[in-house]
Design a protein around this ligand. Structure first.
Ligand code: ADP
Ligand code: MG
Length: 327
């Protein structure tokens, strides 16, 4: 296992920066999530770490060694692509064995490692099949087994769950996280999905336009966002941000509640004009305007529906609400 250290990595394509000065230290065994919108440079950054792309400037160290000019295979990291990249005409066994074959590993050794990797992922029974005979979740495991078969010191995953349906995604999230904890491999996991980032990351690096905006634990990112971008990118519905006394005030929708539902001491009362309300089963999202603030700015409240009779919050009327201090 190894630490991954990036120092001021820049990558430009035709003088346009895709990665614009990223410094990041991922300690041995950490599950680091890179979270950011599409096009912010996540894939380019991963490709630089595994050596498929050469950085324009900056240093990359893996396990304490500078690998700027080290070819991909010699870096000891494995990358699993968004599309999985399985060979359709190969069996699962041969797909997993492929990286070992290209390295000239002897046949008996290959078979041992293929069995080891397929047991690790629980896919021994699929070794004779071809990719088209597998479900999305099974393909994902085969791709993971192939990434791990060379026993890499670090694992790079590029949006590995984006091809799965929502239900499978939730279970795969948990599986990947448990699996990573079990083998303790340093992992860099790229996603644009904040739920994946929050639920899986030991730490999250939030990226925008090729730059890191904040690195922290999920709780730090959520409770103490470094800037407006982080504040509104993480959390659904996004944080409310209003102009206030020459600055800005941010508060999460779950801290906007009817006045009589709040029993803490720390809150600020206001009148809320409810415009629209959505019942989502586990919660109710209410949209409206706050008295004393821009009447055109939509403020969002996220209420536990059990406590809120639908009829008690009527659209078009002003209701006594309050913002609860989150800290
Ligand atoms: P993400 O994975 O976060 O969606 P990418 O790393 O794929 O972002 O892309 C970041 C930016 O770099 C995008 O604007 C993309 O168009 C550009 N880019 C990526 N690869 C290339 C390339 N090979 N040539 C030119 N531009 C590229
Ligand atoms: Mg990408």
């Amino acid at each position: 296992m190894a630490t991954v250290l990036c120092r001021d990595i820049v990558k430009t394509f035709d003088e346009v920066p895709a990665v614009n000065g990223i410094s990041l230290a991922v300690p041995d065994g950490e599950f680091m999530v890179l979270l950011g919108p599409s096009g912010c440079g996540k894939t380019t950054f991963l490709r630089i770490i595994c050596g498929l792309e050469q950085q324009t400037s900056g240093d990359l160290l893996i396990g304490g060694t500078v690998v700027n000019d080290t070819p991909p295979r010699a870096r000891g990291v494995a990358m699993m692509f968004q599309s999985y990249g399985l060979y359709p005409h190969y069996t699962v066994r041969n797909n997993i064995a492929f990286p070992l074959r290209t390295q000239g590993v002897p046949g008996s050794e290959i078979e041992k490692k293929v069995v080891w990797a397929s047991q690790l992922l629980g896919i021994e029974h699929l070794l004779g099949r071809r990719p088209r005979q597998l479900s999305g979740g099974e393909r994902q495991r085969v791709a993971l087994a192939r990434a791990l078969v060379r026993e890499p010191t670090a694992l790079l995953l590029d949006e590995p769950l984006s091809n799965l349906d929502a239900k499978l995604r939730a279970s795969a999230r948990l599986e990947i996280k448990q699996f990573q904890q079990r083998i303790g491999i340093t992992t860099i996991y790229v996603t644009h999905d904040q739920v994946e980032a929050m639920s899986m990351g030991d730490r999250i690096a939030v990226i925008d336009h090729g730059q890191i905006r904040q690195v922290g634990t999920p709780a730090e990112i959520y409770d103490d966002p470094a800037d407006r971008f982080v504040a509104t990118f993480v959390g659904t519905p996004p944080m409310n941000i209003v102009a206030h006394k020459g600055g800005y005030l941010g508060f999460r929708p779950e801290n906007v509640l009817p006045r009589d539902m709040i029993d803490d001491r720390a809150f600020t009362e206001f009148s809320f004009r409810v415009d629209r309300s959505e019942y989502l089963g586990s919660e109710r999202i209410v949209y409206g305007a706050m008295e004393g603030f821009d009447p055109n700015q939509v403020i969002t409240a996220k209420l536990p529906p059990a406590h809120v009779a639908a009829e008690s919050i009527r659209p078009g009327e002003w209701h006594p609400f309050a913002v609860r201090n989150s800290a």
